[in-house]
Design a protein around this ligand. Structure first.
Ligand code: ACO
Length: 385
């Protein structure tokens, strides 16, 4: 038996700081607390743009003109309906699994039940499938949410914008103008975010020349985890478990003293305030006030202030998931649907980056340090202890 000497090998746990590719799609400036899509500050997009326009920007590298946007929006709207079998099979699953698992399965079903979906896709057809998935993942998310409430699905309305139609399919009625705008902003803010875990997972799958649906299901699976997109659901669970500001103070003090992780804080890249959290905080304040959820907002602010006091010097500040849930909660959306909404937006970034990477593909294939033995003699089973 022998062991390898690994002394010379350097590696970074969790690939921290490792550069895996170059891109023109987006940039996270973690020191300045800025996020850019194709060079545009996400704060500007949140103020002036729409999800359709943002998705176009990510896909095609430029803001669309009126004609281009109208055509893109029309195409998205035309793709909203799901093949009827997909929903039937999805809701027929034997166990009530998490909506993210349903969404992941739904995307797989969309591929498996589509006879036209070839295994060897060219980049143009991948882009087309990507646009179709942007539309269909919103429908899937709304249908899954309604199924959990024992409500029938609502047919999409092609006359509505992506965000307005999503709220309509969730609730069976149009949202208030503020609700529709906030949903649009939420979708814009979640659309892309550098080489995060779910984007990387999608790209790793794509780099093997697997199909786009497999990349997207990998992205959904990765986003589900509580260290990534799944944190938004955990945050609302945490906030709802606290009945007053005093209880929030006790909770946060205890978590800090026990060095427990507090959901919705910290980020691998941001060492300044996450710009998305800043925007969400403003909307969360407005919406919680309007909907009588202001005590939840006060609880959130109490936790935020104390975490910043304790950890700001370590760069642990609110991330995108801390305030987004308060917004969805105020819109009447159940916590289990928060991460699917994230996925239904992030699909734009996943697909844009997958396609960009495939233009100059190289299989992702890192190595690991092997610390086990080599040349272990094989012992027949009857001679083993
Ligand atoms: N609460 C308290 N302490 C924290 C937190 C937190 N939320 N996040 C990090 N820390 C501390 C760690 O305990 C560790 O402390 P130590 O140096 O004393 O051991 C230090 O900060 C570094 O933490 P890591 O987890 O190693 O840092 P990493 O870069 O891997 O963290 C992560 C990024 C996973 C997001 C982390 O901050 C975390 O777990 N946050 C909570 C979950 C969450 O909100 N995830 C959503 C992220 S945004 C997104 O993906 C959409």
């Amino acid at each position: 038996m022998r062991y390898i000497s690994n002394e010379e090998i350097q590696f970074t746990k969790g690939l921290e700081g490792v550069v895996s590719n170059s891109t023109q799609i987006g940039y996270v400036d973690g020191e300045a607390g800025k996020l850019y899509y194709r060079g545009y500050d996400v704060a500007d997009l949140a103020e002036h743009s729409t999800y359709e326009e943002t998705a176009y920007l990510l896909f095609y590298g430029k803001l669309p003109n009126q004609k281009e946007l109208a055509a893109f929006s029309k195409k998205l709207a035309s793709y909203r309906a799901l093949p009827s079998d997909v929903l039937d099979r999805l809701v027929d699953m034997p166990c009530p699994c998490h909506p993210m698992s349903m969404l992941r399965t739904g995307v797989s079903l969309l591929e498996c039940m589509d006879e036209s979906c070839p295994i060897a896709e060219d980049l143009e057809s991948k882009k087309e499938y990507g646009i179709r998935l942007i539309a269909q993942m919103a429908t899937l998310t709304a249908d899954i949410a309604r199924h959990r409430e024992n409500l029938p699905p609502i047919e999409p309305d092609p006359s509505l914008s992506h965000a307005a139609n999503f709220l309509y399919m969730l609730n069976g009625k149009r949202g208030e103008p503020l609700a529709e705008r906030v949903m649009d902003v939420a979708l814009i803010l979640h659309a892309d975010h550098g080489m995060n875990a779910s984007t990387f997972a999608s790209m790793v799958v794509a780099s093997t020349l697997s199909d786009l649906y497999s990349s997207v299901t990998a992205g959904i699976g990765s986003l589900k985890g509580p260290l990534h997109g799944g944190a938004n659901e955990r945050v609302i669970q945490m906030l709802k478990s606290l009945s007053s500001v005093e209880e929030a103070e006790t909770f946060v003090e205890r978590a800090i003293s026990k060095k427990e992780k507090i959901m919705g804080f910290g980020h691998r890249v941001y060492k300044a305030y996450d710009p998305r959290a800043k925007i969400f905080q403003g909307y969360a304040r407005e919406l919680t006030e309007l909907t009588g959820n202001d005590s939840l907002f006060a609880i959130a602010r109490t936790i935020e202030k104390r975490v910043i006091e304790a950890y700001a010097d370590k760069g642990i500040l609110p991330n995108v998931d801390f305030y987004s849930g308060l917004i969805y909660h105020s819109l009447g959306i159940d916590g289990s649907i928060f991460t699917p909404i994230f996925a239904a937006s992030r699909i734009a970034g996943w697909v844009a980056r997958v396609i960009e990477y495939l233009e100059d593909n190289r299989l992702f294939r890192p190595r690991a340090i092997y610390q086990g033995p080599l040349d272990v003699p094989y012992v027949p089973i009857e001679e083993r202890e």
